[in-house]
Write a protein that binds this ligand. Sequence first.
Ligand code: TIU
Length: 237
Amino acid sequence: MTVSVPADPYDFELDPETTALVIIDMQRDFLEPGGFGSMLGNDVSLLASTIEPLQQVLAAARAIGMPVIHTREGHRADLADAPPAKLARGRLSCGIGDPGPFGRVLVRGEHGHDIVDELAPIDGEPILDKPGKGAFYATDLELLLRNRAVRRLIVTGVTTEVCVHTTVREANDRGFECLVLSDCVGSYFPEFHQVGLQMIAAQGGIFGWVAPSSQLLARLEAAGLLAAASTSTTTII
Ligand code: TIU
């Protein structure tokens, strides 16, 4: 079955059986005050608006049996997988590996490193720990996707111009087609978010496609894949 999602620059055609939902780095360290995002000097509240639409998309993916993959940026406790250049960057007084309000910043196993409660993974959804910005670099993501015959990705998460963009570029070069959901990705810099999305869809979709989640959910519903009530895409005033 093919579902056509109205998108920029043109309809994104997806078969739910060969498409995966990828949720990038929806970790406390990026979304809550006191984590890595704040250490870098950012207003982390700017990312909060991504959670609710992403919950709806996640519920829809689970309802139709679409594979879901969660990623987390972070490092081993001994920081052996953290490039010295990354550790030094920013000249932070409290940076990667240092103790913060949520435990050691961006270190695996710490409270801040984990995914926010609202989007907690469930059994059967791989959680992919990545040391870099891109989800393909030094991970087995490509293997996981090829083993499930996945060809298209619905990409969500944070931040738009950093880990989302890097991942979309990596995916594009590997032959995966990416639809980025504009309201399910967020940035500490609204202008970077806007331009980041434009850069994906420009030049005939040089890196991929962009659409709001409402378009995806409406098309999945219209195709009979979702019960209208399960996604509540309509606002009742
Ligand atoms: N700083 C920033 O915008 N992002 C990151 O460091 N990582 C991710 O985007 N996940």
